[in-house]
Each structure stands twice: as structure tokens, then as C-alpha cells.
Design a protein around this ligand. Structure first.
Ligand code: SAH
Length: 265
């Protein structure tokens, strides 16, 4: 007797929150790509990740841009998709744990009894450093990276204002803030950074023909970004380690010191 395959899945499928990386489809993880290749439905987050979705999704896969959807519509869509498909992918830019509304999206799934899991991705902070050939940490210069944003429509929790964080003079990767660049500059100056401190802005890091790298100082970065017409999809990096590739001398990492115990390499 031939077994008749049910049209819809009886047990709900699983939703995978996949980090699509910063834009270049080659920067998605192998695990993430494999999931898209077997997905019955993909809900992707706007123009930054559409290439990965359309490149890797199988024929017949339901692909939907979430740009015009509310969070509630998105969760309804995802839950509904799990009633028809085993593998449902929610594609997010960079890494899903950063500014990705992950918890708002997963809580309704849990309430509805839909299993979910996260596949990490390459954050735009790292893609921006890579594009510019910069290191975010340098021995004896800075050993800490702060991933943050400036107050916009989302207020910063008390104590996390940029001017307060910047006092540490460590590396700052500032997301979602390019339209407030004047405020970023103001806050760093207020925190005691020199007006000649180097600043890096990378727009569309990893996008083959669209990536833009702008280097400047606190004094001129705003003007330079205006000239380059950079007003969206950009990472601002302020760091005492910027430009280290061109310094005459740098402190060397103890990790590769021949006299150092290799246990921690
Ligand atoms: N989860 C993402 C961040 C989403 S918030 C990540 O891990 O990268 C969106 C912000 O990320 C943008 O405002 C911008 O600051 C930054 N961003 C995303 N993609 C970028 C890219 N390709 N180049 C530069 N910045 C990017």
C-alpha cells in the first residue's frame, strides 16, 4: 500500500533565525545557507539580505520581505508557515542578537508551541573592520569593544548614553546612528576625545560594488560623509587603534611572543 503524504505538516515545523551577514551572500555561514536551501518559507529583513534569500532558496520556496510588516504580522506569518513547512527561515542582517528584535519575535513562537533556534551571523561591525583592514583590539592600546548606538527613536537605558560609554576611550562600534553623526561627534568630544581622533565610517560593508569607506577625524568626518552622500546603512567606528597598520611601531601581542606560554593561543 502506498503511503499518502499529507499536504500540510501535522507537527509544526521549526523557525530558524539565521544571521545573513552584512550583505555579501558569501558571508552567510554554511549552516545558514543549508537551512535556506531546504526552507519551505523564508521571511527576510529588507533589502540588505534579499540576495542571500533569492540566491539560495529552492524553487517553490515562499519568500517574503518583511519591510512592510509589523512585528505581530511577522510572527503570525512565521507561525502560519510552520503549519505548512518543516523548515522556516527568518533571515536577519548581520547577527540576529544585535538590534534584531529577536526576543519580540521569539516569545510569540514559544507561546504558540513553535520550536525555534538561532544561527549566528557575521555582524556588520566585523565586516566594517574587515573592509577597512582595521583591528578593533590592539595590545596596550585598547582591549575592549563596545557595540552601541545613539539615542534615536529608541532611548538609551540610563548609564548607556554614548558620552558616558565613550569616557573609557575604548573601541566603539556605533550602529544605527549615521543620521545622528553630528551628535556622535559632539558626545565623543564631550567625553574627552581629541578633535583629531580618527573615525571610520563604512557604508554597506562587504557589498562588492557599493561599499564605501570614509576615514576622517572627529573634526571633519561629518563633512566627508556629506560629500560621499552617506546617510544610511553605515557603521561608525571610533577607536584608538584605527590606522595602526600605518604606525611606525606598535606594541606586540604577548600571545605570539616566543617566550610566552602557548596554552592560550
Ligand atoms: N544585526 C545587525 C545590525 C542590525 S541594525 C548586525 O549584526 O550587523 C542595522 C545597522 O547595522 C545599520 O544602521 C548599520 O549601522 C549597521 N549595518 C548593517 N549592515 C551594514 C553594512 N553592510 N555595512 C555597514 N553597516 C551596516
Amino acid at each position: 500500500m502506498r503511503l499518502v503524504q499529507p499536504k500540510s505538516v501535522i507537527t509544526p515545523g521549526q523557525v530558524w533565525f539565521v544571521g545573513a551577514g552584512p550583505g555579501d551572500p558569501d558571508l552567510i555561514t554554511i549552516k545558514g545557507r543549508k537551512l535556506i536551501e531546504t526552507a519551505g518559507a523564508v521571511l527576510y529583513a529588507g533589502s540588505l539580505v534579499d540576495r542571500a534569500a533569492t540566491l539560495f532558496a529552492p524553487t517553490g520556496c515562499v519568500i517574503r520581505d518583511s519591510a512592510d510588516m509589523t512585528l505581530e504580522e511577522m510572527t503570525t506569518w512565521l507561525i502560519d508557515a510552520t503549519h505548512h513547512h518543516q523548515t522556516v527561515v527568518r533571515l536577519q542582517t548581520g547577527d540576529p542578537s544585535l538590534y534584531g528584535a529577536l526576543i519580540e519575535l521569539t516569545r510569540p513562537l514559544t507561546s504558540a508551541g513553535v520550536p525555534w533556534a538561532v544561527v549566528p551571523g557575521v555582524s556588520s561591525a566585523f565586516a566594517s573592520a574587515a573592509a577597512a583592514g582595521e583591528t578593533l583590539t590592539l595590545p596596550e592600546v585598547t582591549q575592549t569593544v563596545i557595540l552601541t548606538r545613539i539615542t534615536g527613536r529608541t532611548p538609551m537605558p540610563p548609564g548607556e548614553e554614548l558620552a558616558a560609554l565613550a569616557v573609557h576611550k575604548t573601541t566603539l562600534c556605533i550602529f544605527l546612528s549615521i543620521t545622528y553623526l553630528h551628535k556622535v561627534v559632539e558626545d565623543l568630544l564631550m567625553a574627552g576625545w581629541d578633535k583629531n581622533a580618527p573615525i571610520l565610517v563604512v557604508q554597506k560593508a562587504s557589498w562588492p560594488d557599493e561599499e564605501k569607506i570614509v576615514r576622517g577625524t572627529l573634526a571633519d568626518i561629518k563633512q566627508k560623509c556629506q560629500t560621499e552622500k552617506i546617510a544610511s546603512q553605515a557603521m561608525i567606528i571610533a577607536s584608538p587603534a584605527l590606522g595602526a597598520a600605518h604606525w611606525t611601531d606598535i606594541p606586540h601581542s604577548k600571545l605570539y611572543d616566543p617566550k610566552f606560554n602557548h596554552r592560550y593561543r
